[in-house]
Design a protein around this ligand. Structure first.
Ligand SMILES: NC(=O)c1ccc[n+]([C@@H]2O[C@H](COP(=O)([O-])OP(=O)(O)OC[C@H]3O[C@@H](n4cnc5c(N)ncnc54)[C@H](OP(=O)(O)O)[C@@H]3O)[C@@H](O)[C@H]2O)c1
Length: 307
């Protein structure tokens, strides 16, 4: 895969996307418009982030102020499938269809470029997947995929004779390198999208209530290697981690509430990580997921039996 600012993956997704998790409605409006003005052409949203009204306003403002059209950007959003242990209702086929229609209203869009099931947390996940296929047929989602699905959960869809997910969004950084799953997705032409690329950093989710301290001990041993390689290449640690994801063939997402970091996180195309340093970073793998730790579950391991 060519790595450049204008390059896109197999479903037309720009390689670097702006994430909106843990932004308030007001922050989402401001940061999404800043991100578009800074050059981001992919916005990653979700029902579960409870800020899609702000993201929608930010998209509108960012497009207007940059003189861009809707087709110039790629918008992803996600269905929250419901999760019984949290008392969250599991959505059936009809509810899934209605859900995206409601999300589109909040986002002020006619369609999304990619609609994902946020995680395999519901026993109705095959029914929800059938609804996503229908949403694609209706033109409300140009592409459909999943998130936090392991190989077994993807096979479940294929074994049911249903259309293949076009993408899978997963936690992916040197401490959580998903070697087997990445190989499986590549073999099956499922586009890999990385989230929480910056989880190894000590600056990740440090504000009160963001939960970055949970499992922070897992990453401490990796930080000196990341720091050392970033200093050698004369780039920030954040840029090093995002570039590592790109060089592994992933599209990457990154979130910041700060305009200067929003700009910095897009500057990934004027340096390259040499093979030897890629190998050193690969050597940090512990196959440990960190991103959902504060919520008390690992979304890849929480799937209930099918109903
Ligand atoms: N599908 C899923 O289950 C799932 C799960 C998690 C995330 N996601 C998606 O992926 C996106 C990215 O993941 P994430 O939210 O964990 O974000 P991330 O980009 O990996 O990390 C964001 C954290 O790092 C800090 N940060 C950002 N840029 C930095 C820089 N240049 N230097 C130092 N620190 C920096 C941010 O602080 P400030 O904001 O203070 O700058 C924030 O605390 C999410 O926003 C969401 O869209 C999906």
């Amino acid at each position: 895969m060519e790595i450049s600012k204008s390059a896109r993956n197999g479903i037309g997704m720009p390689l670097v996307g702006f994430g909106t998790y843990q932004l308030s409605i007001e922050q989402a409006e401001f940061c999404v418009s800043e991100a578009i003005k800074a050059g981001f052409r992919h916005i990653d949203s979700a029902e579960g982030y409870e800020n899609e009204v702000g993201t929608g306003r930010g998209i509108k403002k960012g497009l207007e102020e940059s003189g861009l059209a809707r087709e110039d950007i790629f918008v992803t959003t996600k269905l929250f499938p419901g999760y019984k242990p949290w008392g969250s209702h599991e959505k059936n086929f009809e509810e899934t269809i209605e859900n995206l229609k409601r999300q589109l209203k909040e986002l002020q869009l006619d369609y999304v470029d990619l609609y994902l099931i946020h995680a395999p947390l519901s026993g109705l996940r095959l029914e929800q997947w059938k609804a996503l296929i229908e949403l694609r047929r209706m033109g409300l989602a140009k592409h459909i995929g999943v998130s936090n699905y392991d190989e077994a959960r993807i096979r479940e869809i294929l074994d049911a004779g249903l259309a293949k997910p076009e993408a899978n969004q997963v936690e992916f950084h040197p401490i959580c390198a998903r070697v087997e799953l990445s190989r499986y997705m590549k073999e099956n032409s499922i586009e890999p999208i990385a989230y929480s690329s910056l989880a190894p950093l000590s600056s990740w989710r440090v504000e009160k209530g963001q939960g970055g301290e949970v499992l922070s001990e897992v990453k401490e041993g990796s930080q000196s290697t990341i720091r050392e390689i970033a200093a050698k290449l004369n780039v920030s640690e954040a840029k090093l981690l995002l570039r590592w994801g790109l060089q592994h063939g992933y599209s990457v997402l990154t979130k910041s509430s700060k305009p200067e970091r929003i700009k910095e996180n897009l500057e990934l195309f004027n340096f390259e990580i040499p093979d030897g340093d890629m190998e050193r970073l690969d050597g940090l793998d512990q196959n440990r997921a960190i991103a959902w730790a504060a919520s008390g579950i690992n979304p890849m391991e929480a799937a209930p039996p099918l109903k």
